[in-house]
Design a binder for this molecule. Structure first.
Ligand code: ATP
Ligand SMILES: Nc1ccn([C@@H]2O[C@H](COP(=O)(O)O)[C@@H](O)[C@H]2O)c(=O)n1
Length: 206
């Protein structure tokens, strides 16, 4: 079974994806880490994020796990990733790796922005996980605070809105709800509630 999970920044995609992967014993790929990884290498090498040819070359040789995850989680990396993710040639360069991961025997869980629309259009289960920008900002602010990185809630909200805007309006594989996806609005749900709702959707799909 392939479970495709999409949604905007900090909506809880990764949290749900990990729980579902553990529940069903499936491998999990956080595709956002690929774009974060490409952006990290660009920044480390002093390359401008807007240079599509350079970003494509980095993406073609990028290997998941080659950059310490801690260096990809930082606040500025989400923004940088969304800049390189808007380059069509970067998306093409990362396509095969994602499709290969999804085609493992038994299936897989992937989360990102274009999983149900581009990477796994035939996935048995497609979930679009969302929440209001205010709720997402509050969750992210709490996450940073718990890592000892206190941030302004207003700043996080501005960043989330900017990232939503860029991810939803780029020309290549924008963030949209796949026509056959089930939307899970998690604004008023805790993590256990989201997992229960997702399992109900999966059970209903048979
Ligand atoms: N239903 C929920 N209720 C409360 N907090 C949640 C819920 N789901 C996720 N969280 C928390 O919100 C934060 C963001 O969740 P998560 O990292 O799963 O989002 P994401 O959509 O994968 O983010 P990104 O787009 O940046 O990869 C985390 O700190 C997580 O623990
Ligand atoms: N399938 C995907 C996954 C991610 N992106 C871009 O990467 C940015 C970071 O992703 P996170 O999930 O780690 O927040 C995101 O804002 C997107 O721009 C993507 O385009 N497609």
């Amino acid at each position: 079974m392939i479970i495709a999970i999409d949604g905007p920044a900090a909506s809880g995609k990764g949290t749900l994806a990990k729980r579902l992967a553990a529940h069903f014993g499936l491998p999990y790929l956080d595709t956002g880490m690929l774009y974060r990884g490409v952006a990290r290498v660009m920044l480390d090498d002093g390359l401008p994020l807007g240079d599509e040819a350079a970003a494509e070359a980095v993406a073609q040789s990028f290997r998941p796990g080659s950059v310490d995850e801690e260096r990809l989680r930082g606040r500025e990396m989400g923004e940088a990733a969304s800049v390189v993710a808007a380059h069509p040639r970067v998306r093409t360069a990362l396509l095969a790796l994602q499709k290969t991961f999804a085609s493992q025997p038994g299936g897989a869980v992937l989360d990102g922005r274009d999983i149900g629309t581009v990477i796994c259009p035939d996935a048995e289960v497609k979930l679009f996980v969302t929440a209001t920008p205010e709720v997402r900002a509050a969750r992210r602010a709490q996450e940073f605070a718990s890592r000892g990185e206190p941030v302004s809630l207003d700043d996080i909200l501005v960043e989330i809105r900017q990232r939503d805007e860029r991810d939803s309006h780029r020309s290549s594989a924008p963030l949209v709800v796949a026509s056959d996806a089930v939307v899970l609005d998690t604004s008023a749900l805790d993590i256990a509630g989201v997992v229960t709702a997702a399992l109900a959707v999966i059970a209903a799909r048979g």
